[in-house]
Design a protein around this ligand. Structure first.
Ligand code: ATP
Ligand code: MG
Length: 433
């Protein structure tokens, strides 16, 4: 993509209403535009990140055996009246009436709808277990939408729902998802910390929250430092759940079961939450199957959520410096910035155009900064955008047949001849999982 053809409105100044760094950087790098409180348009660059995160989430769900569907955003109130949550959900639920005065709502979550789909088609224990997910926009009329897309009113969530015959089987599904969650966050370059959580209004007796470490996070986490060095190939959910981890209001120094030297304290951001809630919804909404003795049994359910749009902000909170965003390669909107410092110089133009076609031929995602703006603006904009590699082309280096590569993470610059430059980037990108 050529910058001059793209739609990428960068801003130099920090927007006045953006309190936290990820919100500031997302506005400054032209990723989102607020349309009303807690509701945002995703501009091209932001959308690329959102899609990449969504895709990682999808791949890990599929690998774990969950099956993708798509449920609507608008739901009828009927099922919610049956489950008892229509009143209980209160003002967070956006309620709408259609032209025939029927009560509808914009879904804040989908336990009711999915149980209804399940009960319409599944009648026998032989069809269990089942695990269905979708990635869909939710609406919650939060009391205080804030921090940009981190606490929005409209936000993208991956939510899935497991159905099992017994509690024991449901725990297997739960642990399977637990593992998939850790893998998902590790693949994004994040450090996930799982914590035992309250089940809240969803009900049930088992729940974990997943936070990712970020210095600017809202919660303070106390946890076993071994949780920081997990091997994605070798994850044991039961063992992971036995490690100590707590948010500050649950942590008591005198009752902490691990030694001071093993305890770490860091800031975190919640990005996922999983629940086992037994037969709460299946009993109310007809989620019964026949067991092998012909008896009708209410299925044991779990629900599992990942804040896909919140992750965009959370990743920026975890990875930025004073110049801008420092994207982990796996979710970076582009892999390479190709920066032509002197578009008016024919040699620079030829060399840059050549690089551009080579990068495209190698299927490397490149944003070619061909704009006629000052060198200073070009360099600072590209640091702000924070793609992992920058190829910088200037006339002085070209005379020696050299270009510069900047590795954004280390802000480290090295000179290469053009061929080696492409090979260096290819090698670096191939090492990413
Ligand atoms: P919170 O305590 O942050 O309000 P929650 O317990 O209401 O979260 P869940 O209903 O479990 O959240 O939703 C699953 C995930 O969806 C959360 O872990 C979070 O990442 C994301 N999420 C929840 N509310 C919002 C929101 N208002 N804006 C963006 N993402 C959200
Ligand atoms: Mg909430």
């Amino acid at each position: 993509m050529k910058f001059s053809n793209y739609f990428l409105p960068t801003l130099k100044n920090i927007p006045a209403d953006a309190e936290i760094i990820s919100h500031q950087l997302m506005i400054r790098s032209g990723m989102i535009k607020q349309s009303s409180a807690g509701i945002y348009s995703w501009l091209p660059l932001g959308l690329r990140v959102l899609k990449k995160i969504e895709q990682i989430v999808r791949e890990e769900q599929n690998k774990a055996g969950a099956i993708e569907i798509l449920m609507p955003t608008i739901q009828s109130a009927d099922l919610w009246i049956k489950s008892g949550r229509y009143e209980e959900y209160g003002k967070e639920m956006l309620r709408i009436k259609d032209r025939s005065d029927r009560e509808m709502l914009y879904g804040p979550t989908n336990e009711e709808l999915i149980t209804d789909i399940f009960q319409s088609y599944i009648n026998s224990y032989k069809d269990l277990p089942k695990n269905l997910y979708h990635i869909q926009w939710k609406f919650r009329d939060e009391v205080r939408p804030r921090f940009g897309i981190m606490r929005g009113r409209e936000f993208l969530m991956k939510d899935n729902y497991s159905f099992d015959l017994t509690k024991e089987d449901a725990k297997i599904s739960y642990n399977n998802m637990f593992k998939a969650y850790i893998k998902t966050f590790l693949r994004m370059g994040l450090t996930p910390i799982s914590l035992r959580a309250d089940t809240g209004p969803i009900g049930g007796d088992l729940s974990h929250e997943f936070q990712i470490l970020a210095n600017t996070g809202e919660s303070t986490l106390y946890y076993d430092k071994d949780l920081e060095s997990l091997d994605p190939q070798n994850l044991n959910p039961e063992k992971l759940q036995s490690y100590y981890a707590a948010v500050d209001d649950h942590h008591n120094e005198n009752q902490c079961p691990i030694s001071k030297s093993q305890l770490k304290i860091s800031k975190g951001i919640e990005v996922g939450h999983i629940f086992y809630f037994g037969t709460k919804y299946s009993e109310k909404l007809g989620g019964y199957v026949q067991n092998n003795k012909g008896n009708k049994i209410a299925v044991h359910m779990g629900s599992y959520g990942i804040g896909v749009s919140r992750l965009v902000g959370a990743i920026i909170e975890a990875f930025h410096d004073d110049k801008g965003i420092v994207w982990p390669t796996q979710v970076s909107p582009f892999q390479v910035s190709l920066i032509n410092l002197m578009p008016e110089n024919n040699k620079c133009l030829d060399a840059s155009n050549k690089f551009y076609s080579q990068l495209i031929n190698h299927k490397i995602e490149v944003l070619y900064d061909d704009r006629e703006v000052s060198i200073g603006k070009k360099l600072s904009d590209n640091d702000l955008l924070g793609f992992p590699y920058q190829i910088i082309i200037g006339s002085k280096n070209l005379k020696d047949n050299l270009v510069e590569i900047k590795v954004r993470k280390e802000n480290f610059i090295e000179k290469f001849n053009p061929e080696d430059a492409i090979n260096f980037i290819k090698t670096q990108l191939n090492t990413i999982i």
